[in-house]
Design a protein around this ligand. Structure first.
Ligand code: SIN
Length: 355
């Protein structure tokens, strides 16, 4: 029988209140806990070293994306090197829960690991908004320098006392705009309804170009584009291809105006409760996987851009240098709007990574 512990037991409808969904998730996980508790009783009779802990790792993107591949690689390395002590269950494509619910579940310790878009931590901290500022980062190498520096590393601990111990940053890639018209001229965005992630910076960015921003979960985007509930969206090539947004968008414009990356976080209590040797070996794997994901993220996005082009279903528009400058100028006022919330120091540290 297919169970909640191994796959899609519940299917969540878009209209369901979040708390109801979360209660279902908690019930389901409690049920999983019961069956594994039976195992735990048996396990407690064994020496402590023989007990196998489980890391549940839900995420929302397809297995072929940078995050999907990173999650699978993490599972593979953990089970190869630490399989007698740790097991990893990866649930891709939102099959277990959406991002909001997985953040709640991590905070409650019902799942042990997530890799959630930095934009979606907006309700918990304004610091991560730095990653959403349009055209702040010219490319992934600059983001990586910022994340590796002292200001970036400090951000890993930003939410540790609220249950989210950051252990790594993973890239997805740079975001592109899709819609019913080419977006080579920012004026073409006027009046369009744009799906955005749950971030006030992204909301301000769309208002700045005269669009109508709609915050929406990732799993709802394809249908919203298909039915016309929204006209336009911003995302990376890997998400646009693997979630088939290109099938329901006439034009995709390579604006690379913003960054999409993830905080890989573990439940703080779970992390601190691990035996020191296990935590240290797990940390080594986390660092190795982060390097692996970040090394190939740009290539994965390029490959998927090519697949979109090959499909012939959506036209890809490239910006001229003049058009790029026009986009940068029109969006720049968003920085000043958020400078106080984010902190001028943090924005300067991000800018300095370009030098
Ligand atoms: C993700 O890459 O995790 C999803 C991003 C989105 O919601 O657009």
């Amino acid at each position: 029988m297919r169970s909640f512990c191994t796959g899609n037991f519940f299917s969540f409808s878009a209209g369901m209140p979040r708390m109801a969904i979360f209660s279902l998730v908690m019930l389901g996980l409690a049920a999983c806990g019961q069956s594994s508790n039976e195992g735990d009783e048996a396990a407690s009779a064994k020496p402590a070293a023989a007990r196998v802990l489980t890391i549940k790792f839900p995420h929302v993107t397809a297995p072929g994306t940078p995050k999907g591949q990173g999650a699978e690689r993490f599972k593979q390395l953990v089970e190869e090197r630490l399989g007698d002590r740790l097991k990893v269950e990866v649930y891709p494509s939102g099959q277990l829960m959406n991002d909001d619910d997985s953040m709640d579940a991590l905070a409650f310790g019902e799942v042990q690991m997530i890799a959630t878009s930095l934009s979606k931590f907006d309700r918990l901290t304004t610091k991560f908004q730095v990653f959403d500022l349009p055209f702040l980062f010219p490319g992934l190498e600059v983001v990586e320098r910022f994340q590796a520096g002292p200001a970036g590393q400090e951000l890993l601990n930003e939410l540790a006392d609220r249950g989210f111990q950051g252990v790594a940053f993973w890239h997805n890639g740079m975001k592109q705009f899709g819609g019913p018209r080419p977006m080579n001229d920012p004026a073409n965005a006027k009046g369009l309804k744009f799906r955005i992630m749950e971030s006030d910076v992204l909301q301000a960015q769309i208002l700045q170009i005269g669009g109508n921003p709609q915050k929406m979960a990732f799993g709802e985007v394809y249908q919203a584009l298909q039915t016309g509930a929204v006209d336009a969206q911003e995302n990376t090539w890997s998400n646009i291809y693997s979630s088939k947004f290109y099938e329901v968008q006439d034009y995709l414009t390579d604006t690379s105006h913003g960054y999409l990356g993830y905080l890989v976080a573990v439940n703080t209590e779970f992390w601190q409760g691990l035996p020191a040797d296990l935590r240290s070996e797990l940390n080594d794997i986390i660092i190795e996987v982060a390097e692996w994901v970040n090394d190939q993220a740009a290539d994965i996005n390029e490959e998927m851009k090519q697949k979109v082009a090959d499909s012939g279903k959506s036209e890809i528009v490239e910006l001229t240098p003049e058009e790029l400058t026009a986009w940068q100028e029109v969006m720049r006022p968003v920085w000043a709007q958020f400078e106080e919330e984010i902190g001028a120091d943090l924005i300067q540290a991000a800018q300095a990574a370009s030098n």
